[in-house]
Design a protein around this ligand. Sequence first.
Ligand code: ADP
Ligand code: MG
Length: 261
Amino acid sequence: MPAPPPFSTAHLMAIIVSIRNATKDYRLGKVTVPALRGVSLDVNSGEFLSIAGPSGSGKTTLLNLIGCVDTPTSGVVEVAGHNTAELGERALTRLRLYTIGFIFQSFNLVSVLDVFRNVELPLLLQRTLSARERAERVHSLLERVGLKDYIKHRPSELSGGQRQRVAIARALVTRPKLVLADEPTANLDSVTGQNILDLMRELNHADGTTFIFSTHDARVMSFAHAIIRLADGKLASAADSGATAAEVAEMGHPAQGAAQP
Ligand code: ADP
Ligand code: MG
């Protein structure tokens, strides 16, 4: 029997991500590093969820499992109704390309392509839009993230914050159902960070896009419908949007040594 969903109304809504008792061990030579130690979580379609927690708590590992970049050592990760461990490479690629937009912490831009081509890339791989439709999509997003004057630049000619905005545009250009963002505002000044958050919130409201962020940033957390907190590879606590600003801020700086087994 699966554990009951954490929200009382969950059975009424479409659940886009369902995780049951997921663990992830990394092996470093003979040493095993337990990065996730039994995480269970349901995320409703249309949710705007923040994953908080100190460095090393497992945020990136959890996003990688949800983003089909990696599979759990044990437990089950379901995305859009698919158990990711049961999908072959082609099906995983399809899920990543059509359902998920991933904003990686390290951006993962293609260094030989200019900004326009980097953002266009997932649309080219999808092969559903014409060149003209692709160009319209790319230009309008680059305008939204404040990069329309950098279309011909290569990633190496951009600042960290500009590269991050290219990565954000690339993740959003396919209009995915589920957007995963690993510390999406970490390299941005507060005005740019605010613009990016406004864009994401607008997509969340208008299209019902589901967003899952990891962040240290209390400002980003204050945008979330719900916050889950990771400590030492486990879910430490959860709060919904009723959390006070002080509680939210505190969640960004959790006490050392919390949730030891
Ligand atoms: P966060 O994103 O919250 O900083 P991570 O998910 O990156 O945390 O890391 C969780 C734990 O797993 C840390 O102890 C980290 O050192 C370890 N870890 C992450 N990736 C690897 C890897 N590829 N190989 C070995 N250990 C890793
Ligand atoms: Mg990380």
